[in-house]
Write a new protein. Structure first.
Length: 369
């Protein structure tokens, strides 16, 4: 029996050495971009917007040291400008982290993305239907949300789980903006008093179906007039969201729902003076919203790769000037993928706020490589 064990041991050892020998360290590059033409009319039918904007250009860079250890990064240029005049352009480092992956689990450390909603981690333009990202993914899930931190992830039998521990949100930004988007620190001189905890789970065990959800918690410190943050005054943030996506048999269906609670903790309620000179005092509030996409791929009927007419029903409730406002969206669109990584898009929407309806028309192209 001894020779048999010797042969088996030799075979296993040889295979392991061969795998190491076959692996070659190397780099990878990718990215995406999107051009938008946006038009809008006010409630009286007068045009109040007509802009053409190269909204985003992103470059990915990755490097594999070994089969288990790698580096991943993403740099984003927004609005094709970063320094001229009053330009709204930005140059941001959205991801830059070391990744360790072994079997069914892994670890990340650096500038990372929390798992919240469908688009925050995977937001390349060919992956969603509309020209602009859903309004829900701007105000309820503040896509793209990134920051300094660590994450642990794993999967078992079609279930994926992830725990991200990240920098604090910025309480003063939430206070001034009235929603979570204003609290993103984006990795710039952020604090770690309480740390943001993001726990998520995703099930992909059924072909074409993705079910997910997440819970995010943080006591966001409020900086004083000297921009010094502490735990004396905080805003307790709790974001809960669920999502579902079904893409099979030519059907394209997405549903997302999210709710954020913001509660002040401190001695004195914070105040600020708005543009009209009025002193605004903090009051606890909630933001919530959802959207539903319904589409059907008719590409095979018209002899093209993929063509989806679709409709989106959406509602977003958030604070504007410390007043809770609800916005309803009814959007219709058509998206064509001549190849899987390039999408031509157009959509039209009625946007209703407090019984006042405006209209939007968007045209765009997005790609990834």
């Amino acid at each position: 029996m001894k020779p048999i064990f010797t042969i088996v041991f030799w075979g296993i050892t040889t295979m392991a050495i061969a795998q190491d020998e076959f692996f070659q360290p190397g780099s990878s590059i990718g990215g995406y971009g999107e051009l938008h033409w946006n038009k809008a009319n006010d409630a009286d039918g007068n045009q109040n917007k007509n802009t053409m904007d190269f909204h985003r250009f992103i470059v990915y860079y990755g490097y594999n040291w070994t089969e288990k250890w790698s580096f991943k990064s993403e740099v984003e240029l927004e609005h094709n400008d970063v320094i001229v005049g009053d330009a709204e352009g930005k140059l941001e480092l959205e991801q830059a982290y070391v990744n360790y992956h072994a079997g069914n689990w892994g670890f990340q450390g650096g500038v990372i993305l929390p798992t919240a909603g469908l688009l925050n981690e995977y937001h390349e333009p060919p992956l969603f239907l509309s020209v602009e990202r859903p309004n829900y993914s701007k105000y309820i899930i503040p896509t793209t949300w990134f920051g300094n931190g660590f994450a642990f992830y794993g999967n078992y039998s079609g279930f994926n789980f992830r725990l991200a521990i990240m920098e604090d949100l910025e309480g003063e930004g939430i206070f001034y903006d009235g929603h979570i988007r204003g609290g993103r620190g984006k990795g710039y001189k952020t604090t770690g008093f309480n740390l943001t905890k993001n726990l998520s789970g995703v099930y992909t065990g059924i072909n074409g179906l993705r079910l997910g959800g997440s819970l995010t918690l943080n006591n966001a410190p409020i900086a004083d007039e000297n921009k010094n943050a502490s735990t004396d005054s905080t805003i307790a943030v709790q974001l809960f969201e669920i999502n579902a996506k079904y893409t099979a048999h030519n059907f394209y269906t997405i549903f997302e729902y999210g709710k954020s609670d913001f509660n002040y903790g401190g001695i004195n309620l914070p105040t600020y003076v708005d543009e009209d000179g009025e002193t605004i005092t903090w009051s606890d509030f909630t933001s919530s919203g959802y959207y539903l996409d319904l589409g059907y791929n008719i590409g095979s009927i018209v002899n093209t790769n993929k063509l989806i007419p679709w409709v989106r029903i959406s509602k977003v409730s958030k604070n504007d000037d410390k007043v809770s406002k609800q916005t309803d969206y009814m959007r219709f669109g058509l998206t064509w993928w001549p190849i899987n990584d390039v999408a031509f898009k157009t959509d039209f929407a009625n946007v209703t706020v407090e019984d006042e309806t405006t209209t939007e028309f968007n045209l765009g192209i997005g790609y990834k490589f």
